[in-house]
Design a protein around this ligand. Structure first.
Ligand code: HPA
Ligand code: ZN
Length: 327
């Protein structure tokens, strides 16, 4: 069969997707109507045409504006359900999904509304499509450590519904160590830990070192600039860290990059996984399209795609029985 058929047929796991970044324009219009939110776009094409950005801050501005249509429990349910339905159709059998509570609590949405809607969407998608999933709560890193601690406390009554903690949004001048106390408490409470170290950020190598040595993450989301430093590569190798790389996001942020990040990690034996990031804002590319892109641009062959798929199941925060059942 063709490579397209091979990719489509692989049972897959995803570990790096921002739920707010899966909000496709059609659903955004439906939720805006439901909640009487005025959108400054005539139709979905005009909305999609407005998704123009060139770096992390310009992307984030568009991404945050999009989430303003999310208000009710059913909106959060519909968001998760639509994403899981879509990816189940690409033979994804397991997904870990980021959500950013501060985006919503700052707008007056109760934590309970958000988490109950997200959880209902997960349960209904498993019932209807067989897909398993878990939630990772991310802190918005340009906000204060106090704000992150406040949302951490709100999450504690729901910690059985949240598998891990992450850190995302604007990295510049917001290093991992700013959140050291929260991640220390998070570990004590039993959360698994990951963090974004986005591409080409200020002090990127120091951020990667802090995430590994001071925070003790099990994964790094992106982490591309580690490839510049042999000592960081060695550290990641020794600790068996996993990397969640997002090919299409890299292509959007650094056009012409030709997937040298994915290729570089694979060639150095790092435990690379392939993921989506924010598909609704990245031309609707889901996992099959991301895999095809590294095949076409970086020469990932079938055995390489099997390796990254195995890595994703190995990196998943699930017990060994479920791991064997899924993979
Ligand atoms: N990086 C940081 N924060 C984000 C991203 C990203 O790629 N997507 C959504 N929030
Ligand atoms: Zn991300």
């Amino acid at each position: 069969g063709s490579i397209v058929e091979f990719i489509a047929g692989l049972p897959k796991a995803e570990l790096h997707v921002h739920l707010e970044g899966t909000l496709e324009a059609e659903l955004k219009f439906r939720l805006a109507a439901r909640n009487a939110v005025d959108l400054p776009y005539a139709d979905v094409d005009a909305m999609r045409a407005s998704y123009v950005y060139h770096d992390l801050p310009s992307f984030l501005a568009i991404f945050y504006e999009g989430s303003f249509v999310l208000h009710r429990e059913e909106d959060f349910r519909d968001l998760v359900y639509a994403y899981l339905e879509k990816v189940a159709g690409q033979n994804v059998v397991y997904a870990e999904m980021f959500f950013d509570p501060q985006q919503h609590t700052d707008r007056g949405i109760p934590f309970s509304v958000m988490i109950e809607g997200l959880t209902r969407g997960r349960i209904e998608a498993e019932r209807d499509f067989g897909i398993r999933s878990q939630l990772i709560m991310c802190f918005v890193r340009e906000r204060s450590a106090e704000s992150a601690m406040a949302v951490f406390e709100m999450a504690l009554p729901y910690k059985h519904l949240i598998v891990g903690l992450g850190l995302d949004s604007d990295e510049k001048d917001n290093p991992p160590e700013k959140f050291a106390e929260i991640f220390r408490r998070g570990r004590e409470e039993g959360f698994r830990l990951t963090m974004h170290c986005d591409v080409d950020q200020k002090n990127t190598h120091e951020h990667i070192r802090q995430a590994i040595e001071e925070i003790g993450v099990e994964r790094i989301d992106h982490g591309a600039n580690l490839l510049d430093r042999p000592e960081l590569i060695a550290m990641a190798g020794e600790r068996g860290l996993f990397f969640t790389v997002c090919p299409y996001a890299n292509e959007m942020m650094r056009p012409g990059e030709r997937q040298s990040i994915a290729r570089g990690m694979l060639d150095r034996g790092l435990r690379l996984t392939l993921n989506l990031d924010d598909p609704a804002y990245m031309e609707g590319k889901y996992i099959n399209e991301n895999m095809l892109m590294v095949h076409e641009l970086a020469g990932f062959e079938r055995e390489d795609l099997l390796t990254v798929t195995r890595n994703a199941f190995d990196a998943a925060w699930i017990d060994e029985d479920l791991r064997r059942e899924l993979h």
